[in-house]
Design a binder for this molecule. Sequence first.
Ligand code: NAD
Length: 481
Amino acid sequence: MATQPRPLLIGGEWIANTDAVIPSVNPATGQLNYEVCAASARHVDAAVDAARSAVAAPGWREMLPHRRARILATIADLIETRAEAFSQAQMLDNGKVLSECRAQALAAAGVFRYYAGVCETLGAEVNPARGAYLSMTVYEPFGVIAAITPWNSPLTMEAQKVAPALAAGNAVILKPSEVTPSAALLLGAAALDAGLPPGILNVLPGTGAVAGDALVRHPQVRFVSFTGGTASGRRIAAIAAEKLMAVALELGGKSPHIVFADADVDAAAAAVADGIFEGTGQSCVAGSRLFVQRAVYDRVIALVAERARALRPALPDTAGAKFGPLSSFAHRDRVEHMVERARAEGGRVVTGGARPDDAALANGAYYLATLIDGLNNEASACREEIFGPVLCALPFDDEDDLVRQANDSAYGLAAGVWTADYRRAWRVARRLEAGTVWINTYKQLSIAAPFGGFKDSGVGREKGIGGVRLYQQAKSVYWGM
Ligand code: NAD
């Protein structure tokens, strides 16, 4: 008997009466995992109605912060006890290696725990008075907010939006990527089990064009927190401008990873390889442009190429697997096409540039870790986000030349600098146009530090204590004395 498509979560009820379903295909094997119900505009209306009622009910509106915090902490506990189910679900949906999925499930629990702490301790402000009054600033939730997420790391990204939005006192409608709906559905179930009032978290799998678009346009959705591609972000921002609605947009990147000649070259090369190839390159902060000072260029390229060759693609649940498939077959084809274009533009493929020659992986969406040199910063492979395991290496002469090239990008999400000169490290870090800069390390991320992009990489900052303020509006109250 065929299994039923997985239902939507609206107002605490599991809803299966959709006209459309979306298949989830395992990119590691090409096999069908399951089907999921796809939300239509009608489901968006129902979810917004449920969220509005739930957020206006005294049970949530008047819940004291320390009680709200307790629910968030219970969600954290449930994610932790169900970590294996969360990890397997993400792995089947997007092919990420199981060890990384497990780490992300625990990180998601940590995000809920962090925002439980913030929820309980965040206060209001008393402002300096300029007359006979007391002036205070308090922070109110928006009401109903939408969270729209991509497929590369749903476990952590959904936690990073839902936890602070709930801590702020909102009701949330979470629309996961159509490629990876299952982690969001598990999160919805955990939230109900933790005692979150029904309707405060609704989960609507569906396409961006139908469910995502209807959510963004809905007049009662007063804030959208979006992570995804820059083109989608622009479309959402245009609709938000018409509605005069605030948005947070975490978008794409083309991050420079920089190695000066005085750096610890072995440590730098290891971090450069991890910085692009971890997650099979499907990370918004992937260091996809490698800038190396000319004196050590050949040496660094050789070391990175050696590491790339050692990354043998494997089924994501194989013991010790480090390098899985791309998240979908369509995405693998796109990555392949961009490497072909780089070749046509004069790029030299140092290693990779092909599907693996391994019969056991022939049905999956695999692509080898790829290093390209011989291009300049104008080439499409250095301009456009590939979002796959493709690193472009470029030499530079001096600091000014480096900063000019590194900043010559539409994006500004992250950057890494390797140098033994602490003055230069600081100078360059300050000159780089990026929301996050790593010095002599790469891809360290903490929920306690604000995260977001410069330029086309986004608007607004998630994470940190301000991650709760993102989902609130300030209200100043004057009290005559
Ligand atoms: P995408 O923009 O195609 O989709 C992201 C989400 O938005 C999905 O849920 C999709 O259904 C929805 N969506 C698409 N069009 C929409 C529309 N018009 N209205 C409303 N919703 C819409 O991106 P993707 O391919 O899923 O993810 C890859 C992209 O995400 C990459 O560009 C990557 O850099 C970016 N990303 C950024 C960060 C970050 O924090 N900056 C993190 C991870 C991924």
